[in-house]
Design a binder for this molecule. Structure first.
Ligand SMILES: [Zn+2]
Length: 198
């Protein structure tokens, strides 16, 4: 996992029993789930966030929607869980939500669309995780410790989402939510949230 990993937008055809019909149904499900957003960042879809991982199953057996929380104990997950089930019910499908914790979510799973939308929303998107390898090792050993490392802020400037100036400074390591830091732009003097990479 290096740099900005793009998540495949194509649903994995886990159920191929009915051929084209089944894959059409899966496409329809992905399109419907695409309208669901992260409750904390309503402009970015669950797929773009890298939260929505997979849809598998078939019409007769029912579907499993696989999601990975952005960080453990994220209060938004309950909302996401309910939203997925409501959407599946509206489509007339039996469904359950599977929460997959390994591999652990990383900001590297966020798509470039997510980055652009965050910026437009006034949140500086996360820089690529400098320690993806260490992150992966931690996940494997199941001792994933949630650390919002200061390294990024210390040696790289975060561009202001308002005016794109790099002349910014961290005011508080914890912004409106634990996963964001509060920054101030020294050029336009606006404060903004920075989505911390992890
Ligand atoms: Zn600025």
């Amino acid at each position: 996992m290096s740099g900005l990993t793009t998540i495949s937008r194509t649903p994995r055809a886990t159920a191929q029993a009915d051929g084209a019909g089944a894959s059409e149904t899966l496409s329809e499900i992905w399109r419907a789930l695409e309208t669901l957003t992260d409750p904390e960042i309503p402009v970015v879809s669950l797929r773009e966030m890298g939260i929505l991982r997979d849809v598998r199953g078939d019409a007769s057996q029912g579907y499993e929607v696989v999601i990975t929380p952005t960080y453990s104990g994220c209060p938004a997950m309950e909302q996401i869980h309910d939203d997925v089930l409501t959407t599946m019910r509206q489509l007339g499908h039996k469904a359950s939500v599977v929460t997959q914790l390994a591999p652990a979510w990383t900001t590297d799973w966020m798509t470039t669309e997510a980055h652009e939308k965050l910026r437009a929303y006034g949140i500086a998107p996360p820089l690529a995780c400098a320690t993806s390898a260490a992150h992966a090792n931690a996940s494997e050993s199941k001792t994933h410790v949630l650390t919002f490392a200061k390294r990024t802020a210390a040696n790289q400037n975060i561009a202001c989402p308002q005016c794109t100036s790099n002349n910014t400074t961290e005011i508080s390591h914890f912004g409106s939510t634990a996963c964001k830091a509060l920054y101030k732009c020294l050029t336009c003097l606006e404060t903004f949230d920075y989505f911390k990479p992890y």
